[in-house]
Design a protein. Sequence first.
Length: 426
Amino acid sequence: MKDQIKINLQELVHSGIISQEQLEKITAFQQEKRRLAPNRILMLFGVLGATLVGLGIILIIAHNWDNFPKYGKTAIAFLPLLIAQGICLYTLIRKSDSDVWREAAACFLFFGIAACIAMVSQIYHLHGSLSGFLLIWMILTLPVIYVMRSSAVAILYTAISGYYLLQSFDNRNDSSFFTYIGLILAVTPYYIMLWNRDRAGAALLILHWMIPLSLILSLFKLISEGTATVAIFSALFILLFQLGIFLFHRGHVKFYSSYRLIGLFGTLIILFIGSFTDAWTEISVSLSFSDLWMSYQFWIAIGLWMIAIALFYINYRSREISLNYAIHLSALAAFPLFYLGESGITIAIIFNIMILWIGITTIVRGFRSDSLSTMNLGICIISTLIVFRFFDFNVSFITRGIIFVCLGIAFFMANYYQLKQNKKND
């Protein structure tokens, strides 16, 4: 490829399109760009190497731990931390332009902090819970992300913050949910900074999935009886879907971004749950106005829903509504239906109509835009709706078999027709 590019550039020089001086500038620019480009393989092995070295030191010390006096144990506890800080300081002074050095040194310090906390707690018999250890670890680690500009530590920080929340799932009324949200918000500025700096980076792609999934994980902490649980998940999925569209049309994410996919399929799952009559006997609980007024889950759901409406309005004003209006309007309308009382049959019928509307309009849009993926998505939505209705009605196996055969034929004919149209257009 390099030789081909050189030949093309030389041809441009010979043709008089560019001068020899411009050719030299282009060559110098490419060489400088290649020099500054991070070696991702080397960076990966650097991070893994720093992690293995840190874990190896911990294991070696643990094997001979009982043979050390208390003051020796204390010195050893701080030794990995001091060494890691020294390496980080050297990196900032002498190797600040090297992504490999920054990521490896930051990871070494990340595990050095954990080792120091754990060993000091063991030496002086400081009692505490695993969730408390993880929280202190993440708070002390947070400055490392910004000082070292380390994406690897940001990913580890987000993952272990999620593990911290898992440790407190048994306690529904504690403050760990808000603590967890605070931890995620604390890393969000670096996430945005990385987004503006390197939109094609692998670390950013991982964070694109980890951030929304971590927010979904946090909502499980708010699970309670009645409609509150489903409603708050519905509001978050709507918000993620609208946010994905908003970011895509401004060039910040790809078409099939994590926000868009998670929001879309999460919204469809909520709609399918609402399409079951029996589901409303489980989730529909009559709540008084005072109960809703005093429920912070309700106000969180309302806040998410209102932000989603604002994004929908912005997308609508910009003429940037993707797929079709059926998905957007159904998703936004589904949220208040969870608070409309115990009329399960009527609301279930409304949910079925919305799903059918989404499926039909998606198929039509797929045909009009010559998009096989969009058309197949619509067919899958309608097929899933038909299959799920088998659970509500007593249908014989012969009837079900005929319906499945018809669905298979419809899949085949629709794709065959679409491929034929694509070839004709080409």
